[in-house]
Design a protein around this ligand. Structure first.
Ligand SMILES: *Cc1c(COP(=O)(O)O)cnc(C)c1O
Length: 423
């Protein structure tokens, strides 16, 4: 496989862009080697600048539920372009998008559009604090909620217990407002509330974790979070930036039948353009400016191109509920091909092959993975034209553009690659 052009671009990129990338995981530090620079995508395929073709299981890290360049999404963007790129004033399509979100995710009685998942979680936290008059947030080790200062407390090591920021530049006072607890352990949450009565504003959780690899909630866990937060007067925030419109048309909250107070959405909601949202109970959301005192704003929020793409995506989901059966079936075939020494977690079209024989239920068990075996597996797959997330601690995503033939080819490549990695 020729990679000279990617190599040259990466060399140039590192002179002008920190690490050569605009988001760290793209640099392939978790698997070694140099990233491929992408020339174009089409359907289930990615093509790099050296002309190599891959079956893509990153899907832009989640947004591309329908694959690359889906005709309905392209048509919506092209139509929006004829009207203009940005107005900084309200438009009819924003209202339609908010109404469509409410239809699919009924707990979101009111919706505010923002530009990234990070902005959505940051804003939801501010609203939770402003509404409850409390400052502390509980999050879970290994859950990622964007690069919000106070939420960059996450590692299972000493940093989490000491409340030290995981990143230089986060003031200690910010990380002090965050308690990081193990995922899937309701007693830890109960104990934290008892230790800090009436201080905790919210519990924020990825209802199905995707950012330490795919880790589903244990039976009853989300119900416990719902019950404990309600009893202590705190808000339950479902960060569905990854799971929204991914694990079901109504997200994880529909799949597990839990009604959170606030929800954040991103990724799929933009159909590949930068858009995200937060929303929830009307009595909470009316505290946001200009209807209330909690400030949150955005020059490009509700951008017409992004809104058009998002609306086309959500309309497709509403009109084709059967896509989730197709996605489940396709991803199920990938899950089934792993050998016994590899643990597979899958919810819908989110899946991770964990290189450990232990059950993976939280950050500590995820860390039992042999990342060097994963690195070998990743490169063996890449050689076979399969483009996986370049980290053991990420979920892969299947799209509706993946054909049965794509899946069969991937299963064959995976069987060969497991043998190489586990040898
Ligand atoms: C991707 C992600 C975010 C951050 O979204 P950005 O658009 O990258 O800022 C937040 N929460 C979860 C669960 C995510 O998967």
């Amino acid at each position: 496989m020729h990679t000279e052009k990617s190599q040259q671009l990466f060399d140039r990129a590192r002179l002008s862009i920190p690490g050569g990338v605009n988001s760290p995981v793209r640099a392939w530090r978790g698997v070694g080697g140099n990233p491929r620079f992408i020339a174009k995508g089409q359907g289930s395929r990615l093509f790099d600048v050296d002309g190599n073709e891959y079956i893509d299981y990153i899907g832009s890290w989640g947004p591309l539920l329908l694959g690359h360049r889906h005709p309905e999404i392209l048509a919506a963007i092209e139509e929006a372009l004829t009207r203009g790129t940005s107005f900084g004033a309200p438009t009819g399509q924003e209202v339609e998008l908010a109404e469509t979100v409410r239809e699919l995710v009924p707990s979101m009685e009111m919706v505010r559009l923002v530009n990234s998942g990070t902005e959505a979680t940051m804003s939801a936290l501010r609203v939770a604090r402003g509404f409850t008059g409390r400052e502390i947030t509980i999050k879970f080790e290994g859950c990622y909620h964007g690069h919000v200062d106070s939420l960059l407390v996450k590692a299972g090591s000493g940093v989490a217990t000491l409340g030290l920021p995981d990143s230089p530049g986060v003031p200690k006072g910010f990380s002090d407002t965050t308690i990081a607890l193990p995922f899937n352990d309701p007693q830890a949450v109960e104990d934290a509330f008892l230790a800090q009565p009436e201080k905790i504003a919210a519990v924020i959780v990825e209802p199905v974790c995707g950012n330490m690899g795919c880790i589903p909630p244990n039976g009853g866990y989300l119900e416990s979070l719902r019950e404990i937060t309600a009893r202590h007067g705190a808000l339950l925030i479902f960060d569905e930036v990854m799971t929204g419109f991914r694990v079901s048309a109504g997200g994880a909250q529909k799949l597990y039948n839990i009604v959170p107070d606030l929800t954040t959405l991103g990724k799929v909601i933009g159909g590949g353009l930068p858009i995200a949202a937060y929303g929830g109970r009307r009595d909470i959301m009316t505290h946001i400016a200009p209807s209330g005192p909690i400030y949150q704003a955005g020059t490009l929020s509700g951008n017409p191109l992004a809104v058009a793409a998002g609306l086309a995506m959500l309309r497709h989901i509403l009109q084709h509920p059967e896509i989730y059966d197709q996605l489940n079936a396709a991803t199920g075939k990938l899950a089934a091909c792993a050998p016994e020494s590899v643990t597979v977690n899958r919810i819908g079209s989110m899946m991770t092959w964990f290189f450990t024989d232990q059950a993976v239920t939280d950050y500590d068990s995820a860390k039992t993975c042999d990342t060097s075996k994963f690195g070998k597996f990743f490169h063996a797959m890449l050689e076979r034209g399969i483009y996986l997330p370049p980290s053991q601690f990420e979920a892969l995503f299947v799209s509706t553009a993946h054909s049965e033939e794509d899946i069969a080819r991937t299963v064959q490549a995976a069987k060969e690659s497991f043998e190489i990695a586990l040898a």
